[in-house]
Ligand binder design. Structure first.
Ligand SMILES: NC(=O)c1ccc[n+]([C@@H]2O[C@H](COP(=O)([O-])OP(=O)(O)OC[C@H]3O[C@@H](n4cnc5c(N)ncnc54)[C@H](O)[C@@H]3O)[C@@H](O)[C@H]2O)c1
Length: 237
């Protein structure tokens, strides 16, 4: 399988989990000179793969200009889908974000709490909009090709070292998900994911409901905030 964004925080953790489960992981990252904006490069990298996990992106509004964000996150995703079709892949796992809902960093307010996957998507800043539009791209592509796209929508992803710095009161809606739980969701999606197009919020603790991920992937977060009650992934259930 191909993993884009393999040199990033999520990519590194995901690669370890997938390889431990027996997957052969081909990597793809700009830091290795492979560019999602280059269709030929994506096509070449996907040769011989059964599935793709597409995590490569400019992962925040502060990390690029609006034009760079759209080029990498939208055109890059289009290239991944084109290559997946050309190589007859059996599944695409796409990394979206809970920022699609449109209330990250003061952009707006939730329509209701806890937020679930039926919540309207309203993101209008470049990063959130790129993820929102790429979700639609995946849905349309699946409806035409029949190839499943499993869309993961993590809230803020933290690893153990970040958990030493970030506290619940600083987190949007008190929400985070541990990177190891995210990697576990990828493994589940790639191994036994559903048919069709689905969008699944991933949250370890906070005001997001992860019912869809539990029902679709059997996914439950294992990590909550340190010293808090164990994560249940079902805030306010
Ligand atoms: N970190 C979070 O809190 C969070 C939350 C929700 C969703 N996500 C999404 O999860 C995915 C992984 O995030 P991350 O935290 O590992 O981000 P990251 O920035 O650590 O990793 C992203 C990787 O993509 C690569 N990349 C960027 N532009 C590229 C291009 N043109 N061609 C090839 N590779 C390119 C980067 O080099 C980097 O290694 C992203 O799609 C991000 O939007 C992250």
């Amino acid at each position: 399988m191909l993993l884009t964004g393999s040199a990033g925080g999520v990519g590194r953790a995901t690669r370890s989990v997938l390889e431990a489960a027996g997957w052969t992981v081909e990597t793809f990252d700009l830091t290795d000179g492979q560019d999602l904006r280059d269709l030929e490069a994506v096509l070449a990298a996907m040769h011989g793969c059964q599935a793709v996990v597409h995590a490569g992106a400019i992962a925040h509004d502060s990390a690029g200009t609006p034009a760079e964000i759209m080029a990498t996150n939208l055109l890059g995703t289009w290239h991944v889908l084109q290559a997946a079709e050309a190589h007859s892949l059996s599944r695409v796992v796409y990394f979206s974000s809970a920022q699609v809902f449109g209330f990250a960093e003061g952009e707006g307010t939730p329509a209701y709490l806890p937020v679930d996957d039926a919540h309207p998507v309203r993101a209008a800043r470049p990063y959130g909009m790129s993820k929102r539009l790429a979700e639609e791209m995946c849905a349309a592509w699946t409806s035409r090709t029949g190839v499943p796209t499993t869309v993961l929508r993590p809230v803020m992803i933290l690893d153990d070292s970040a958990l030493l710095r970030v506290t619940q009161d600083k987190a949007e809606l008190g929400a985070f998900v541990h990177v190891e739980d995210v990697a576990a969701a990828v493994l589940s999606a790639i191994s036994t994911g559903p048919a069709g197009h689905v969008r699944l919020t991933l949250c370890g603790a906070g005001q997001f409901r992860t019912t869809a991920a539990r029902q679709t992937l059997g996914w439950m977060p294992s990590r909550g905030w340190p010293s808090a009650a164990p994560a249940r992934g079902e805030a306010a259930d």
